[in-house]
Design a protein around this ligand. Structure first.
Ligand code: GRF
Length: 226
């Protein structure tokens, strides 16, 4: 399969439900010229999501789509697809978007939807991630940027960052440690996409255009050696 390249600046559609700190890191990276991408539209399923305010502050179109207006997920997703198409979005970024996507949306943007998850997938998918990690007693956790497929948090992994889990960690302290790395790896994954370096083969993502040793290094951005 050919790499997932896009000519010119990548147009992002960012889907959010909450505070939007990952959205902010993407906007900041775009403004700083660290990614060859612009946020074309931010869409939320929550009317008063702070992420929408962040978008407006930067004069980015902020749209609320009310899930209550639709009987089924497909209807909601069709409305999202319509907005994304009209804004010529190349890559959809889920950034704290708390709704499951229907196959309709996944099919429309196959290998063009990324998600950030605050754990080292495939460990601890879904919700209450830090609680699960602490309860399980893992010594390391982290975050994962992956392409989205039809299941929850199962798609091909693009980048991960690792952080240690400390004895006295709480949900909050572990979340905060992981979040700083989320803000680094999401823009990097977007830039790899923008450079046309990513290729999905089966459930693996290959990163083209750099030597193997550098590739390993790049893949492990953010790894902390304890
Ligand atoms: C992040 O921890 C992300 O990994 C998860 O939801 C949270 C969203 O945070 N999917 P924010 O809204 O980007 O601040």
């Amino acid at each position: 399969m050919a790499s997932l390249s896009v000519k010119g600046q990548v147009r992002l559609g960012v889907l959010v439900s909450g505070r939007g700190s990952n959205l902010q890191s993407i906007i900041d990276a775009s403004h700083a010229g660290h990614i060859d991408a612009i946020v074309a539209i931010v869409i939320s399923d929550v009317a008063d999501a702070f992420a929408l305010d962040r978008a407006r502050t930067h004069n980015i179109e902020a749209a609320f789509v009310d899930p209550k207006l639709f009987e089924a997920r497909e209807g909601f997703d069709a409305a999202i697809i319509d907005l994304l198409r009209k804004r010529d979005v190349d890559l959809v970024c889920l950034a704290g978007f708390m709704r499951l996507l229907s196959p309709l949306l996944v099919r429309e943007y196959r290998n063009r939807i990324m998600n950030i998850h605050p754990a080292l997938l495939p460990a601890f998918p879904g919700l209450h991630v830090q609680r699960k990690a602490l309860k399980h007693g893992v010594k390391f956790s982290g975050c994962t940027v992956h392409f989205v497929d039809e299941e929850t948090d199962t798609g091909p992994i693009i980048i991960q960052a690792v952080v240690p889990v400390l004895e006295d960690d709480t949900d909050e302290s572990l979340s905060a440690r992981i979040l700083t790395y989320e803000h680094q790896i999401y823009p990097k994954a977007i830039q790899l996409f923008a450079e046309g370096r990513l290729e999905v083969r089966g459930r693996r993502v290959f990163c083209h255009g750099m030597p193997a040793s550098e590739q390993d290094e790049k893949r492990n951005w953010g790894v902390i050696n304890p």
